[in-house]
Design a protein. Structure first.
Length: 304
């Protein structure tokens, strides 16, 4: 099981690295030195992955800081401030966002020092430390399962929870959203199969998702943006197929194959790579070959 105090500390440092909107190579190397010093296990590294996926907004950064300070013992505030200073000054400059991040802590006058000193001091402070009750604000760490299993759903749920101050989704809404995100991801994989995720295909995906969900048009656009980003980052489709198989019946899965062909045909041509991508997805969805052919003919009557 991951050490909560250790991970709280590292989340603060990652949030600090994001303060100016991006993580530089120097900052990443600085963070990696902490990972090595603290001898992180695989499960602990996995728990930190969502924090590298995209920038951390100020409200979320404040929650991360508050979580750390809620566990803080005497002297720990000064130690983390020094560590943050050391990180954000890696490039010798202090950007506006980094300055604002430092202001989230009270000035302590603690001088900056080396990573090794921070680690040694924190290990002493953490010895015997207990846990503290947490409030209901949004935390990426609560979505680690979603991040691992369905990156598209993770991104959408993260945005919704941020907008509602951390409130979780009710079961029915979450089930629908999981389905829509998994379907969107599969449609996106087909659109990007020929390395050309074009405007016609994007519009077709948006129209399909809008027709089957209660999402607002703006949220559909955000979902398609996320789908396109995940496809371009070469995330596999197996997890999304698993979600569909869990959430959809046989007739619905056959219909989905037809929707995949609709997207492939949106630019006027079903390429060989798109055809093969749909064939693999259909097989994984347990759709029979005859049903696959029927869906293909419905999308492109002239095709064999």
């Amino acid at each position: 099981m991951a050490d909560d105090s250790k991970l709280d500390f590292l989340r603060v440092l990652i949030a600090a690295a994001w303060a100016d909107g991006n993580i530089t190579c120097d900052e990443m190397n600085n963070l990696k030195s902490y990972f090595q010093e603290l001898s992180l296990r695989d499960d602990e590294l996995t728990a930190l992955e969502p924090y590298f996926a995209d920038p951390i907004e100020p409200s979320e950064a404040q929650t991360i800081i508050d979580d750390f300070l809620a566990r803080a013992r005497r002297g720990e505030r000064e130690t983390i401030l020094a560590a943050v200073r050391d990180l954000v000054l890696t490039d010798g400059k202090l950007a506006a966002g980094e300055s604002e991040f430092l202001e989230l802590f009270q000035d302590s006058g603690e001088p900056t020092t080396t990573g090794g000193v921070f680690v040694a001091r924190l290990k002493r402070l953490w010895a015997g430390a207990g846990t503290a009750d947490r409030d209901d604000r949004f935390r990426r760490s609560d979505l680690i399962d979603e991040f691992i299993k369905n990156r598209v759903f993770y991104q959408i749920k993260r945005r919704l929870m941020l907008a509602t101050g951390g409130a979780d989704l009710d079961p029915e809404t979450e089930r629908e959203l999981r389905y829509v995100c998994a379907l969107g991801a599969l449609l996106g994989h087909v659109a990007g199969a020929d390395q050309n995720f074009d405007a016609e295909e994007r519009a077709a995906i948006a129209e399909i998702l809008d027709s089957i969900s209660a999402l607002q048009p703006r949220d559909v656009d955000i979902l398609v943006d996320i789908v396109q980003s995940e496809v371009l980052s070469d995330v596999g489709y197996f997890d999304f197929v698993r979600e569909i198989n869990e959430l959809a019946g046989r007739d619905e899965r056959i219909k989905i194959v037809g929707l995949l062909f609709e997207v492939a045909a949106a630019d006027g041509e079903i390429s060989h790579s798109e055809h093969e991508e749909i064939r693999k997805i259909a097989k994984a969805l347990n759709v029979e070959h005859e049903e696959f052919i029927a869906a293909k003919l419905a999308a492109r009557p002239s095709e064999e």
